[in-house]
Design a protein around this ligand. Structure first.
Ligand code: FMN
Length: 170
């Protein structure tokens, strides 16, 4: 299966996490794409796409993803599997934790063939509200490089195992 990660990162935290995920999946870096340097055709290269994003404003889309929004709405995801990775700051933004990735989820998930990597437990996080939560669980991997950097590697390792299982590759 052709797997790619497409991320938007303002200060490098999401980029770092995306690099770790691509390594954990055992894939070459060329399958890692910064949305600010990506066109809609890049999405056609992959059968499984991992979306990664931080937030800005109060739960707003990361700026590079926001700029790509119109194009994103025109991409056909109907034969694609998708997964989502949010990077946020639960302490500074407890009422809009991971808002950025929730916008991407809302734009993409309903049009994809399959969503994996969801139902990620909220245990170990402290926040009031997140639009990236549904029925008590995150809709994908939740990371916080500002407050819990020491948990990032472990969370990525566990999540990558989860998606591999869902893909049936382990
Ligand atoms: C202006 C600004 C607004 C932010 N708003 C949110 C927010 O609403 N929710 C959230 O979870 N994180 C928010 N953050 C935190 C970033 O998402 C977090 O620092 C993230 O690690 C940045 O990742 P990046 O370096 O990949 O952009 C905000 C950060 C900044 C600078």
């Amino acid at each position: 299966m052709k797997i790619g990660i497409i991320y938007g990162s303002s200060g490098g935290n999401t980029e770092d996490a995306a690099e770790k995920i691509i390594k954990a999946l055992g894939l070459n870096d060329r399958h890692l794409h910064d949305i600010s340097e990506t066109d809609a055709e890049t999405f056609d290269l992959y059968e499984f796409i991992i979306f990664a994003s931080s937030s800005t404003g109060t739960g707003n889309m990361q700026p590079d993803w926001a700029e790509f929004r119109d194009e994103l709405e025109s991409v056909d995801f109907s034969d694609k599997t998708v997964a989502f990775v949010g990077m946020g700051d639960q302490m500074m933004f407890p009422d809009s934790f991971l808002g950025g990735i929730s916008h991407l989820y809302n734009i993409v998930a309903g049009r994809a063939e399959k969503i994996i990597g969801g139902k990620w437990s909220t245990e170990g996080y402290e926040f009031n509200k997140s639009n990236f939560v549904n029925k008590g669980a995150f809709l994908g991997l939740a990371l916080d490089a500002d407050n819990q950097p020491e948990l990032t590697d472990e969370r990525i390792g566990t999540w990558v195992q989860q998606i591999k299982q869902e893909l049936g590759t382990v």
